[in-house]
Write a protein that binds this ligand. Structure first.
Ligand code: CTP
Ligand code: MG
Length: 229
């Protein structure tokens, strides 16, 4: 079974402090968002990409898509105020009722093998997300005082992609809009309409480029993958 993927790319990259959209920064001379799209471009099971971008970035993104041979972009949806708004705008353009993935343009290291594992799970259960078990001891803290130590074995760090049956995800977004709920991922919207979400174990390399030091980790991951680390 095939799928389509929504890729939100309409952020401002404030925490990166690069003076421009962090997705245009280059790794090995290729913009970050192109790395994130390439895996889907090259995945035979992906039959379309919906990219959410700011309308003022359209010309630049389009020329980079062309330059790097990305041909699967079906729609450019306008970015919104929050990530969730950008994804909702993209969801409104979807014309299929199959599996929809949502993947942050700021995560350039997702592997095809993990996408397929996620897809298979979402086909069975309707909702699946990728993540990794927490490595550090985790505590809740208030006003610099430790409140509790949370049992680590039940904690996972959540990444993207996240995969859902389109009708389920759309319903979750409609309900969130109605309730004025803003979540930090798509799964949280689906969880609150009481649909179970299955966790699929991914890998620690699937980082999101958020702050400057992530660029050093990104270089190390690239070198590791090129066998020169
Ligand atoms: N994103 C989006 N629309 C927004 C905000 C974010 O499409 N209104 C996208 C980003 O481009 C990124 C993904 O959502 O690919 C994850 O967001 P994040 O890592 O927070 O990126 P930014 O919002 O750009 O960064 P910051 O929060 O530091 O400004
Ligand atoms: Mg953000």
């Amino acid at each position: 079974m095939t799928y389509q993927v929504i890729i939100p790319a309409a952020g401002q990259g404030k925490r990166m402090g690069a003076g421009k959209n962090k997705l245009l920064l280059e790794l090995n001379s290729i913009p970050v968002f192109i790395h994130s799209l390439k895996v889907f471009e090259e995945d035979e099971l992906c039959d379309g990409i919906i990219l959410a971008i700011h309308p003022q970035d359209e010309a630049e993104f389009n020329s980079l898509l062309k330059k790097h041979g990305v041909k699967k972009v079906l729609e450019l949806a306008p970015g919104g105020k929050e990530r969730q708004d950008s994804i909702y705008n993209a969801l409104k353009t979807v014309k299929t009722d199959g599996i929809i993935l949502v993947h942050d343009a700021a995560r350039p290291f997702i592997l095809k093998e993990h996408i397929h594992r996620l897809l298979e799970t979402a086909q069975e259960t309707g909702a699946a997300i990728i993540g990794v078990p927490a490595k550090d001891t985790m505590k809740t803290v208030r006003d610099d005082v430790v409140m509790a130590t949370v049992e680590r074995s039940s904690l996972w760090a959540v990444q993207t992609p996240q995969a859902f049956r389109f009708s389920l995800l759309y319903r979750a977004y409609q309900q969130a809009e109605k309730d004025g709920f803003i979540g930090t991922d798509d799964s949280s919207l689906v969880e609150r309409i009481s649909h179970p979400v299955t966790m699929v174990e991914g890998d620690y390399d699937n980082i999101k480029l958020t702050t400057q030091e992530d660029l050093f980790f990104a270089q190390a991951i690239l070198q590791k993958r090129q066998g020169s680390f």
